[in-house]
Design a binder for this molecule. Sequence first.
Ligand SMILES: *Cc1c(COP(=O)(O)O)cnc(C)c1O
Length: 443
Amino acid sequence: MADESTTSEEVCTFCGIPGCDRACSMQTFLIHGRYRTEKWDYNHHVVPPISSSTTYRLESFERGAYGFEHFGSEEETVHPIYIYDRLDEPVRGMLEENLAHAEKGEYAVSFATGMAAISAILGVLLKAGDELVTHRTLYGCTYSLLTRWLPRFGISVRFCDMCDPGSLGETISRRTRAVYFETPVNPTMDLVDIGGVREVVDRATGERPGEDPLEIVVDNTFATPFCQRPLTLGADVVVHSLTKNIGGFGTDMGGAVITPKRHLEALLLFRKDFGGVLSPKSAWPILVYGLPTLALRLKQQQDSANLIARFLARHPKVAHVSYPGLGDGRMQTIAKRQMSDYHGNFAPGMMLYFTLSGDPGESARRCKQIVNFLAGQAYAVTLAVSLGQVRTLIENPVAMTHSAISSEDRARCGLDGSGLRLSVGLEDPKDIIEDLNRALARI
Ligand SMILES: *Cc1c(COP(=O)(O)O)cnc(C)c1O
């Protein structure tokens, strides 16, 4: 496991400046990216250009043939020959280099959406007859992908409580090829111990030498690489919805898989053939506005989330608040172990989940009242799905983002009818608290 606390003192090998001996911090890298790259001539633009060309002049028969023959290879990824947008494209390429670096991974492959990225890595890792083991609670569309579509391709999915390492160990079978989870979990903010999962998986793999390795895939959308780098904690692959806090402004959709070299070629071929590419016009704002401001936005959002979580936890009409910066012993221990910013400071993030007091019928009724009050009367808090942007967003997962989970399965997933998911934005936290306080006073 990498010692993250020393990272900011390490001399940069990423920027590409000849003879560079600076020790720049990630905050700086995310603004400047790679100074020397064959994907773009930094001598002329300060801001990367938006390229908008579906096809590329090939110069010669040999260059065209070489580009096709070597598509997907590591060599071709580092020194690209551009042929056609669906194969590779420079704006996306620059974003991918910076994303891989931000997650401390080897390569990133971008996709049109987070769901396209998740479909791609599962499509690459699993085939008919294989089994996927996952946590009982997942983002609604991921749950739908796993229960509605993967079984049609002969891939079975087994759910367990990954907060309990014993339950994971019992669920992994000889057919299991991948373990998939989110941490923090959307929407309940459960934390899965990434290092603990690595230990259970290593033990299971140790019992079947010679077989294909079991891959651990973590959806790091809620934490963002600013708050958590799963690859340094034992995960093999990370997926992201770039639509959320990496994009940060709520203007563009995108997704990414951060991968070791062993899956790079398959992911690029999958993207080429299934076609879920990220448009350069969407990659550009993520490259130019999203990533460069990630650290600054997260620090502010996290400070506000801390204040808001404490306000909610004290409120008599709130039954429970789930926020990694707050909470019971187990959650605190895991949060402190795996959620830290690039300087090693504790980084519990900007997402929180809370439930309302009262019996199930009463609390669900109160939830509806609060949501409707906020929709009509709040200014700093907006009723909307999605998360991780400059505006504070609130929603009720059971009725909205997680409605794909049947009412019978909700209890097993730990979903409460009165649950509210709050994504803290960049407004003055006083104004966010004021809106929540007024809404809570109405019920
Ligand atoms: C939103 C989200 C996704 C899906 O991302 P899209 O960009 O909307 O396709 C996947 N996982 C998590 C945790 C999410 O919040």
